[in-house]
Design a protein around this ligand. Structure first.
Ligand code: SAM
Length: 243
């Protein structure tokens, strides 16, 4: 089933991640709404509000999947601008392209298969890069962040929207229970796929916390880095600039 991206170098984790997203692609949007009780829409809306995106800009929505952010950016940049939806997984890209075309979003969007660790663009290409719920899945996160830094224009901005560490211990406990005990069951019921949602919970627990991710961004050259906790730190929005 892994047709179409033989040219993309893969390791074991990438193979696993590929299986997960091939298997969830068709049900991805429904599951997102269910699992987050619709709150992912608010997290994404907030990301757009913090993006500084403007008409005419060139934007990369990395690990863009089914294109929620791309859809909004397409409206903002207008016909003079361009949005690239980049994803490693052709099943996700296909579902995204279908969805956005049906919404009438055409003309300024390109769909490109790519690995975040080795972005296929010249230096200084983008005004803005977003990666929403994607960095967690990347094997070498520092390599990916360095690649993003390279292709950003000077003055450009990176936004990383990702699951993070809840800041209150009771919330942390409840969230762990939800992730490991309820989520796989929901995945089984709705998508007939408990395993992918078990992977999801694991990958969230393994992901670097707020301060660690901020330091990783600084190590590859991002400046004026900051983050904001959303929903008690279940999710965090990290921001950094290239100068
Ligand atoms: N950004 C979308 C959203 O917020 O709804 C999709 C997020 S989805 C949870 C994660 C996406 O990351 C999947 O579409 C997956 O194929 C993609 N992905 C995983 N590893 C990647 C990599 N190394 N490079 C690019 N995309 C990757």
């Amino acid at each position: 089933t892994h047709f179409g991206y033989k040219s993309v170098a893969r390791d074991e984790k990438q193979g696993l991640v590929a299986d997960v997203f091939h298997s969830v692609a068709a049900k991805y949007d429904v599951m997102n709404d269910l699992m987050s009780f619709g709150v992912h829409r608010l997290w994404k809306r907030h990301t757009i509000a913090c993006s500084g995106a403007r008409q005419g800009q060139t934007i990369l929505d990395l690990a863009g999947g089914t294109g929620d952010l791309t859809s909004r950016f397409s409206d903002i940049v207008g016909p003079e601008g361009q949005v690239i939806l980049g994803d490693i997984n052709d099943s996700m890209l296909k579902v995204g392209r279908e969805k956005l075309r049906n919404l009438g979003k055409v003309g300024n969007i390109e769909y490109v298969q790519m690995n975040a660790e080795a972005l296929p663009f010249p230096d200084n290409t983008f005004d803005l890069i977003t990666i929403a719920f994607g960095l967690r899945n990347v094997t070498d996160k520092s390599k990916a962040l360095a690649s993003m830094q390279r292709v950003l224009k000077p003055g450009g901005r990176l936004l990383v929207l990702e699951f993070s560490k809840p800041i209150y211990e009771p919330l942390n406990k409840a969230y762990d229970f939800y992730s490991f005990n309820l989520l796989p069951g929901m995945g089984q019921l709705v998508a007939n796929d408990a395993e992918s949602y078990r992977y999801l919970a694991e990958s969230i627990r393994m992901h670097p916390d707020q301060e660690t991710l901020k330091s990783m961004m600084e190590e590859v050259g991002f400046e004026m880095t900051s983050y904001e906790n959303l929903t008690g730190g279940i999710v965090a929005l990290h921001k950094g600039f290239k100068f």
